[in-house]
Design a binder for this molecule. Structure first.
Ligand code: 48H
Length: 268
């Protein structure tokens, strides 16, 4: 039998990595939906959209996906899930342990792994180490794509011009900082999003039940072509944080997917 190590000389390794990356990345340049942030809301929205056959990519600034899930509650790797969101986790194979009526515990590592794997299996491309630093606009300032750069470039403080790609819809799933929405408010005169004169007020102090209840109603198209989901939605509408309860994040991701699918359909 041929020695398998003989097939992997340095040039073929480099060629494979560059060519394989280039082919997939070029395929991500025109998307139905571009999602900033691979936390629970972004990955759930991505999976549900890809399941409908839409072309979806997620851009995550870190090298790891999962956002705030890994650390559970204060580094104890458990997250709390309510009955209403149970099926969104069960359909990707997460084991939920009943705790009291309508409330379950999930292992945060298992949840990240299974949600991510299911999204990839549904056809989502997840690009890590890439930060969404701006949006592309078209007529009437409609959001029409994202501007991306390596997170390592911003950490190093280098002046490197970005790349851009087009998307029929952009979803801000960047969590507490609502990065994409803040950027739109800062750069587009008159873009007030949901709160006149106080465009991105930020989240309010903790009130778990109120914060959870606010997530789905605040998952909206905040600006033409831009949907906000997850913690970013609460930050945008001055709603409370909720600690390590995550049901609302998954349900908000589901709502974002519904809205995005409708907008994509309208654009044809
Ligand atoms: C690309 C970016 C950029 C950028 C940030 O924080 P997340 O987990 O967000 P959600 O909303 O899906 O979930 C929120 C939840 O994790 C949480 O924080 C809770 C429940 N908090 C309650 C409380 O009381 O504190 O994920 C956002 C992701 C992260 O992975 C970021 O690295 C990433 O977005 N991100 N990716 N471009 N500009 N900014």
């Amino acid at each position: 039998m041929q020695d398998p190590t003989a097939r992997v000389d340095e040039v073929s390794i480099s060629r494979l990595i560059v060519e394989s990356f280039a082919a997939d990345f070029v395929d991500s340049l025109e998307l139905d939906v571009a999602i900033a942030g691979a936390g629970p809301s972004g990955v759930t929205a991505a999976r549900l959209l890809a399941k409908q056959g839409l072309k979806v990519a997620v851009f995550e600034r870190h090298l790891h996906v999962g956002g705030g899930m890994w650390g559970g509650g204060m580094l104890l790797p458990r997250i709390v899930i309510q009955e209403e969101a149970k099926y969104l986790l069960e359909e990707v194979g997460v084991n939920l342990k009943p705790w009291k009526e309508g409330v379950y515990a999930a292992d945060s590592v298992e949840t990240v792994a299974k949600c991510t794997a299911a999204a990839i299996d549904a056809g989502v491309r997840i690009w890590v180490g890439m930060k969404v630093e701006d949006v592309v606009i078209r007529e009437n300032d409609r959001v029409a794509g994202v501007v991306i750069n390596w997170e390592a470039v911003s950490i190093a403080g280098l002046h490197v011009d970005p790349l851009a790609l087009m998307a029929k819809v952009v979803i801000d799933a960047t969590g507490h900082d609502s990065v994409v929405c803040r950027n739109v408010v800062r750069k587009i005169p008159g873009a007030e999003l949901v709160s006149p004169n106080k465009a991105v007020p930020g989240e309010r102090p903790m009130w778990a039940e109120k914060g959870e209840a606010a997530l789905v109603p605040n998952t909206i198209e905040v600006y033409p072509g831009l949907i906000v989901t997850g913690m970013a939605a609460n930050a945008l509408s001055a709603q409370p944080r909720m600690g390590a309860v995550f049901g609302g994040m998954f349900l908000s991701g589901q709502r974002a997917a519904e809205l995005a699918a409708e907008l994509v359909a309208k654009q044809g």
